[in-house]
Design a protein around this ligand. Structure first.
Ligand code: SAM
Length: 351
């Protein structure tokens, strides 16, 4: 018989009420034992099953440019990394990825890239509307950083359904330590608010174990993510990249990431929550464990193999050599092995 601990009582309440006081959440996070964590994962998995059963939504990730005007201190494609080999996919290449992905059962395409103004609003709109024309039953997600509200409006009008823009950290002092001074958390928040007002399904999120992160900052993030009521939340471990100022920092841990995934599921029962590639990079079964701790989305890569190893946000990124079809089947097998099922559906938000 499992011995009941005080933290298990907190987990029960978190599940029932989807919130705890800041002090309680702090205690839970800082004193959680292995047994508590197992109990937390079980509860998060049950809540996920209540809303999504054993379905796992797949998103086809197309990393279409690694040019970036920003200089985020943690990121391998930051503009001052002169060792990065830059590339851009052509419109035809992007559409080709979608066509192949469609045949493999993908019904969501995520266009992600650095902040690359070569891709003007017009170009992005043309790509989005062509994807929607060819595959009207699919959702298009954009993840291309901060732009003007008018640009977001144009993307939405062109047919984009969702937008991922991690807030990275909601604490202004922490934000400044991770970003160059021209980037501010105030502008990120503005972008996120604009996106949701325009009508996008919006995703925010953060890295776990980023440099200078404290328990206090994590609590700020957990409450921000709940208050903002995002449709999607993307979290993954920070992993250093050799050619960035944070090259010698510790990576985020598997354990911390799983615990936060589970807490996020309990605080946001219906949110779409990916088990990220970064989680699979720090531990071979990381994505499976993420699903078992409450996540319900995976994002296999559809980018052409020729560019995969150039979209290096961090060192050691997995799946850089596999064809789209291999990634798709590998994911299906991985999920079946743990009793979940990849489904071919748009997987819209139930928030
Ligand atoms: N440019 C877009 C943006 O800023 O939203 C999308 C691309 S950006 C590279 C995607 C995400 O990668 C970021 O939100 C960040 O959280 C994550 N990322 C960047 N560097 C990372 C690192 N070293 N370890 C883990 N995640 C990282």
């Amino acid at each position: 018989m499992e011995k009941r601990t005080e933290n298990m009582g907190l987990i029960d309440r978190l599940r029932k009420e989807t919130a705890l006081s800041r002090e309680e959440l702090g205690i839970l996070l800082s004193t959680m034992t292995k047994e508590d964590a197992e109990y937390l994962y079980r509860n998060a998995d049950e809540v996920r099953r209540e809303h999504y059963g054993t379905d796992v939504y797949i998103r086809g990730l197309i990393e279409f440019t690694n040019y970036c005007r920003n200089d985020c201190l943690y990121c391998g494609i930051r503009r001052s990394n002169t060792r990065a080999q830059r590339y851009r996919l052509t419109t035809e290449e992007i559409l080709d990825c979608c066509d192949k992905g469609y045949l493999l059962g993908f019904r969501t395409f995520v266009l992600q890239g650095g902040e690359d103004l070569f891709f003007t609003d017009e170009k992005i709109c043309a790509i989005v509307s062509e994807i929607k024309k060819r595959h009207p039953d699919c959702a298009v997600t954009l993840s291309i950083g901060e732009r003007q509200r008018e640009s977001y409006e144009a993307f939405f009008k062109a047919g984009a359904d969702r937008y991922l823009l991690r807030h990275e950290t909601i604490n202004p002092a922490h934000y400044r330590l991770l970003h160059p001074k021209e980037l501010t958390i105030e502008n990120r928040r503005q972008c996120l608010n604009d996106l949701r007002e325009i009508g996008f399904q919006v995703g925010c999120g953060m890295m776990v174990g980023s440099p200078y992160q404290t328990l206090d900052y994590i609590l700020d993030d957990l409450y921000f993510m709940k208050d903002f009521r995002p449709h999607m939340i993307g979290i993954g471990p920070f992993i250093p990249h050799a050619d960035t100022p944070f090259h010698d920092r510790e990576r985020g841990t598997l354990e911390d990431t799983l615990r936060l995934l589970a807490i996020i599921r309990l605080m946001n029962p219906r949110v779409l929550l990916p088990a990220t590639t970064a989680l699979g990079t720090i531990y071979p079964l990381g994505r499976e464990m993420g699903i078992q701790a409450g996540a319900n989305v995976v994002m296999p890569n559809l980018s052409p193999t020729g560019v995969r190893d150039k979209y290096m946000l961090y060192d050691g990124k997995i799946c850089t050599g596999d064809e789209a079809a291999e990634c798709r089947h590998c994911m299906e097998l991985r999920m079946e092995k743990i009793g979940y099922h990849v489904v071919s559906a748009r997987g819209d938000s139930k928030v």
